[in-house]
Unconditional design. Structure first.
Length: 241
């Protein structure tokens, strides 16, 4: 570990005044997640332009879980968590202005759809879920907020709703989200591929209930999350220089 830090810290220090992250620098930042204690992760991002990007995490209980397992992400006030357990995309859309845009962020990390598929808001089609999500994206883009759009996490079944068969709906929604992200040139955070197992649920090492990531699950998601935020910030900085 010590040798890794000796090599990596000068690399970051040498890039301290560069505004836009390159692929190599993003890889260095991700590598630091494995080589440094977590309390230094935030400070490692300061090489972007002397400050951290202002980020709002918007979503449901899976989003809220970031604050449970990694509260350090939100200690500095640059990053804000607006996850609410049990919420559907319709509920998220209704509070998007107040909870996201009113914070005047540079980036929103947007995740939703699991509770819709579980039927917590009543019966809803995949197309309707997709429309709710894309409406939030468009609201953000219209305010020059970069979007890091998250896939729905895999789930073989829902412990709360055993009659629901989520696999085909999750696959269909994620296909729509991925294609939409490509068309709109958004950063797409593919948590699904990262966590899925042979049953098309979350791998057993990454969850306790088959729906929510556990500590190990969030640790597995963290490098991809940080890299995606850096990429989104690069897009934001380029568009606002």
């Amino acid at each position: 570990m010590f040798v890794g830090l000796v090599v990596l810290i000068p690399i970051l220090w040498g890039n301290a005044k560069l505004r836009l992250p390159t692929t190599n620098r993003m890889q260095v930042a991700v590598a630091l997640l494995y080589l440094m204690p977590f309390q230094y992760v935030q400070s490692s991002m300061h090489y972007l332009d002397g400050k951290q990007p202002k980020v709002v995490f918007m979503g449901n209980s899976i989003t809220l879980g970031w604050e449970t397992y990694y509260p350090e992400l939100f200690d500095g006030g640059y990053w804000v968590n607006r996850g609410i357990a049990g919420q559907t995309t319709f509920q998220m859309l209704n509070r998007f202005e107040a909870d996201v845009l009113a914070a005047d962020p540079e980036i929103v990390v947007l995740m939703g759809g699991t509770n819709d598929i579980a039927g917590l808001g009543g019966s809803i089609t995949v197309d309707s879920i997709f429309i709710n999500i894309t409406q939030m994206v468009e609201l953000a883009l219209n305010r020059q907020v970069e979007v890091a759009l998250c896939s729905v996490l895999p789930a073989h079944e829902f412990y709360c709703c055993p009659d629901v068969r989520p696999i085909p709906k999750i696959a269909a929604l994620n296909a729509k989200l991925s294609n939409y992200a490509k068309r709109k040139k958004l950063v797409y955070i593919d948590y699904y591929s990262l966590l899925v197992d042979e049953r098309k649920g979350i791998g057993k090492d990454w969850t306790e209930d088959g729906v929510h990531p556990n500590r190990a699950g969030y640790a597995k998601m963290l490098p991809l999350t940080i890299a995606s935020i850096l990429k989104a910030y690069g897009k934001y900085a380029e568009n606002n220089k």
